[in-house]
Design a protein around this ligand. Structure first.
Ligand code: PRP
Ligand code: URA
Length: 209
């Protein structure tokens, strides 16, 4: 079974409160999502492999550790996932970025895939799929499936807010994929929105609607 990691660091929780607040405007919302993404990336990269090299400090020769160069791919689910990419890239600047385009049909709430572009060496990379919202889980389940169909073997899913329903859906469909979230909210409403949530992440990021 995949693990659910709720990253409840005080800085993240503080910023998430302002992200949730409906009075927070587009500019500040975008900046806060970017900052929280960076803070979460710190935790999501905790298991990155290291290797030992020899260096010379001004004092003596020493053995010290560096990242062993595992290739990473970041894949935002369009459109709202785009708001998390730069924040993660600040910590993993060498990561390549793929894109999966999905939108939820407003009537059926099922995801419709309209675009996919991944780095060519999919099989050699570890992937972090990013999307602020894990609601019914339909978009995440489909995005993970799309990556797996193209050869991805090691995938993590990172969001800001998850619902219990979304977590269950991902864990059932993809028990090998760990979920990282800043908050696990109470439930979904009849329109498939997370309660209390933050509203429509895409609209709040891009100032639409
Ligand atoms: C939102 C969100 C997720 C999806 C989550 O995207 O960014 O991708 O809904 O819902 P689910 O877990 O029920 O699938 P939306 O469909 O609103 O598209 P957008 O990012 O283009 O606004
Ligand atoms: N997508 C969003 O943007 N917000 C929700 O609450 C659910 C899905």
């Amino acid at each position: 079974m995949s693990t659910l990691h709720v990253i409840d660091h005080p800085l993240i929780q503080h910023k998430l409160t302002y992200i949730r607040d409906k009075h927070t405007g587009t500019k500040e919302f975008r900046e806060l999502v970017d900052e929280v993404s960076t803070l979460m990336a710190f935790e999501i990269t905790r298991d990155m492999p290291l290797e030992e090299i020899e260096i010379e400090t001004p004092v003596c020769k020493a053995k010290s550790k560096i990242l062993s160069g595992k290739k990473i791919g970041i894949v935002p689910i369009l459109r709202a996932g785009l708001g998390m990419v730069d924040g993660v890239r600040k910590l993993i600047p060498a990561a390549k970025v793929g894109h999966v385009g999905l939108y939820r049909d407003p009537k059926t709430l099922t995801p419709v895939e309209y675009y996919i572009k991944l780095p060519s060496d999919v099989e050699e990379r570890d992937f972090i799929i990013v999307d602020p919202m894990l609601a019914t889980g339909g978009s995440a389940v489909d995005a993970i499936q799309s990556l797996k169909q193209r050869g991805a073997k090691n995938i993590k899913f990172m969001c800001l807010i998850a619902s219990p329903e979304g977590v269950k859906a991902v864990q059932r469909a993809h028990p090998d994929v760990d979920i990282y979230t800043a908050a696990l909210d109470e439930k979904l409403n009849e329109q498939g929105y997370i309660v209390p949530g933050l509203g429509d992440a895409g609209d709040r990021l891009f100032g639409t609607k």
